[in-house]
Ligand binder design. Structure first.
Ligand code: WT7
Length: 633
């Protein structure tokens, strides 16, 4: 894959990509992939529908591009390194040849279980090779994968299965995370009590814990794989056929099943992987995300494999068996590109530096970060202690919806500066607009971050709800995609992302909508009303503060119990990541005359900035504000 080597080339490519977007993307598509048939038209789009079509008329299969294409010259090269949770367990090196055989076998198993092109398959697996392999197996036969992060609760899993009417779930007996062993199969069983579209559950063995098998629905995976052929022809897909669904939180309502297409996603993730990580033959690349998030889809599986790279999959956590685990892995495999989240960096930076110093990190060339704004302190720590001031820290801004990295310093061209994602990649046209949608041309003025021209990996719709897709991303501002983020731009045109401007809070880099958490809390029989806001946290970026009103008065001890019950409820319904860090019981919540909770005020109180409440004259019940301030936790 062609890539940017210096600033001049970046500027030339960028200019060309804006003036001639179709020729720009066509050039990349033509030269770096295997097509069963080339496209008739590079791009057609209509922001008002909204509809985006890239490489229309083309035929391809993304797994041919991820795997088969590399076999002739690089069949024996390692495609995936699997590093288990427990450092004492042996790792796996899966060559491209072996990956081909294993994906084909898995694809044949899917077919034998009645999965066909267009069917939805839910994958609920820990970070073991079968997760990447089953994802690719779906793509090979044209089934639409919906990977659900295996930290989600049974309730969240059921919602996602039902929303896209999955026919199959692929799971495991259990999962290892640090010193914990989690019983995944029973979470699936519980979820399936409220699902009626699932015909088959394939169960991989990981922990060897005893599980209950509900026959004939549930089947052990291994015997099926053993019996399957290791060749499976590719399903020929249209460029715009959906490749996968991936759910992301909305600020209200159920999670949004973002639908990604085949050709555009392929071209965009491959191009950005090569340019952001400057991958060279024989490099070892490691992204610490879980494949259950978009970061894992695009930059553990598809982007690296499309480039014939060696990609490392890590099953464990940064703190097990101790806080040196990441660096032990970097040393062990001589990792060259390392991609992680600010929350992980902050958590590690709090621990003793000896955990870092013990290891040889000299193989590292590029350090990436993603998921939330990275604060200056964390950036400097990462740059000095991990990169030893020799590796650029590449702050990559993008979203589940964008499919690929959008704004980030291409390391060969742009000198990174802390807290700025800097400049858009070629092909990406960001703008800032004010509340009325007017273009902001000035520098250092905060605005709403929008993208004014389509790019190939933009999500095409929300599964089953195109209207919501339109309303969420294309209605607030006409003829552009609204990201939901705020940003400022400096004199050099560098973008600094300031955070969400909607009711989504990023906790440890995970997208959490406040409304779904509030809905869940309000189900508790004692709770009348609730409002969740975020406040800054050293490690998690943001933590959750809940202001709750109770139906009848209860005493101090009962508060403790209620707090526990509420977090249990959230944990069960949404997942442990959404648990509240602080709860305050109040007699009322500040409201406008139209009955809207004034979250702005609660946010100030939670951030210990109650001296700056701003205008409170529109409040219906100003008296509750003092009470809330006096009892703030
Ligand atoms: C939201 C998207 C796509 C990667 C994982 C998150 C925030 C993401 C950055 C960054 C500041 C960032 C934004 C965005 N975000 N990367 N480098 N700097 N903020 O995907 O769960 O879809 O969340 O994460 O607020 O809108 P996601």
């Amino acid at each position: 894959m062609y890539h940017i080597k210096n600033l001049e080339q970046y500027l030339t490519d960028y200019k060309y990509s804006v003036e001639e977007p179709e020729l720009f993307w066509e050039g990349i598509a033509k030269n770096n992939f295997t097509w069963q048939k080339k496209w008739d038209k590079v791009l057609s789009f209509d922001f008002s529908k909204p509809e985006f079509k890239w490489f229309e008329g083309a035929k391809l299969n993304i797994t041919e591009n991820c795997i088969d294409r590399h076999l002739k010259e690089n069949g024996n090269k390692t495609a995936i390194i699997f590093e288990p949770n427990d450092p004492k367990e042996k790792e796996e090196h899966i060559s491209y040849n072996e990956l081909h055989a294993r994906v084909c076998k898995f694809a044949n198993v899917l077919k034998s279980q009645g999965i066909k092109k267009g069917d939805r398959v839910c994958i609920y697996l820990p970070m073991i090779p079968d997760l990447a392999i089953s994802t690719l197996a779906c793509a090979r036969i044209g089934a639409i994968h919906s990977v659900v992060f295996a930290g989600f609760s049974s309730n969240s899993l059921a919602t996602r299965i039902n929303d896209s009417e999955c026919k199959m779930v692929i799971t495991s007996d259990g999962s290892f995370r640090g010193n914990k062993c989690i019983d995944l199969k029973s979470i699936v069983d519980e979820a399936l009590n409220s699902c009626n579209t699932i015909e088959t559950v394939l169960v991989a063995k990981r922990t060897n814990s005893s599980v209950s098998m509900n026959t004939p629905r549930d089947k052990w995976l291994q015997p099926l794989l053993d019996a399957a052929k290791d060749e499976c022809p590719i399903e020929i897909m249209d460029s715009e056929d959906p490749l996968f669904i991936l759910y992301t939180s909305g600020s209200t309502g159920k999670p949004k099943g973002m639908v990604h297409s085949t050709a555009g996603y392929m071209v965009n993730t491959a191009y950005t992987f090569k340019n952001i990580f400057q991958y060279e033959e024989n490099d070892v690349y490691w992204c610490t995300a879980d494949i259950g998030w978009i970061t894992g889809h695009s930059y553990i599986v598809y982007g690296p494999l499309l480039n014939g790279a060696t990609t490392l999959m890590f099953e464990g956590v940064p703190s097990y068996p101790d806080w040196g685990r990441f660096w032990e892995v970097v040393q062990k495999y001589k990792v060259n590109q390392f991609y992680t989240a600010p929350t992980a960096i902050r958590a590690i930076a709090k621990e003793n530096i000896s955990h870092v110093k013990k290891y040889d990190l000299s193989s590292l060339k590029i350090l990436g970060t993603v998921g939330e704004p990275i604060n200056e302190e964390a950036w400097q720590w990462y740059y000095s202690n991990i990169g030893q001031k020799k590796c650029p820290v590449v702050d990559t801004w993008w979203q589940t919806e964008t499919g690929s990295i959008m704004i980030a310093p291409v390391p060969s061209a742009i000198e990174p500066i802390p807290t700025f994602a800097t400049l858009p990649l070629p092909g990406i046209q960001p703008i800032l607009v004010d509340a009325d949608g007017a273009l902001i041309k000035d520098h250092l003025v905060e605005g709403n971050l929008c993208i004014q021209f389509p790019w190939p990996s933009i999500a095409r719709t929300i599964w089953g709800d195109h209207q919501r897709y339109k309303d969420t991303y294309f209605s607030k501002f006409k003829d552009r995609y609204f990201t939901g983020d705020g940003a400022i731009r400096n004199e050099k045109g560098y973008y600094r992302i300031t955070g969400r401007v909607d009711d989504i809070i990023l906790v440890s880099g995970h997208n959490l909508g406040t409304a779904p958490i509030e809905d869940c809390i309000n189900e508790h029989p004692l709770i009348a009303e609730s409002a969740i806001v975020g406040y800054p946290d050293d490690v998690k970026g943001n933590a959750l503060y809940g202001f709750l009103t109770i139906k009848s008065s209860i005493n101090g001890n009962e508060h403790e119990e209620l707090y526990r019950q509420i977090n249990k409820l959230i944990s069960d319904k949404i997942g442990p990541i959404a648990k509240l860090d602080k709860i305050q019981f109040c007699s009322g919540l500040p409201k406008t005359r139209s009955g809207k909770i004034m979250r702005r005020i609660l946010r100030k109180i939670a951030c210990k900035d109650a001296d700056n409440l701003g205008d409170t004259t529109t409040l219906l019940n100003p008296e509750v504000v003092d009470e809330i301030i006096n009892h703030a936790v």
